[in-house]
Design a binder for this molecule. Sequence first.
Ligand code: F42
Length: 145
Amino acid sequence: MPEYVPSPRQWVRDQVELYEKSGGKDGTTLRDTGLPVILVTHTGNKTGAIRKTPLMRVKDGANYVLVGSVGGAPSNPVWVYNLRANPAVEIRDHTVVQPMRAREVKDEAERARLWKLAVAAYPPYAEYQAKTTRRIPVFVAEPRR
Ligand code: F42
């Protein structure tokens, strides 16, 4: 069994722990925004370790949209490379945990549609894209069957 390696960021680690320990009842929003967060469990592409990343909850029907914004930082978050290498993820949305498959959105029309949903769910994504020269990666996670 691969080992779970928590995020080096304390606030992220704390959120994952609170979210999971409460069974999805606490720690489910981003700090004081009150906006909902999901937990994405994935596999490190170099270490094979289990990684858990909180992201904003952006829904498209049964799917989730995953946005690699990290506040408009100049580089992609490393989870993007993990998802590209190992698309099988597990998503916790409050009390519901589902196996899903993440696919990076390459089609421009699909990306534009999903980006609108993302910005509607979490308006700062638009500022983050304006802040950075990189194109913020967008994934869609679909139920695995
Ligand atoms: N980040 C977003 O990008 N988008 C969001 O919508 C978002 C929302 C959000 C809400 C709540 C919250 O608590 C955090 C939120 N974050 C959001 C931050 C998010 O959870 C991540 O912390 C952030 O995106 C940075 O992701 P990261 O994968 O770059 O994390 C770093 C800090 C990290 O964990 N680094 C690890 C480390 O040990 O340094 C590496 C982890 C890793 O996966 N390593 C790979 C491996 O093989 O294990 C190797 C990766 C490689 O290719 O080098």
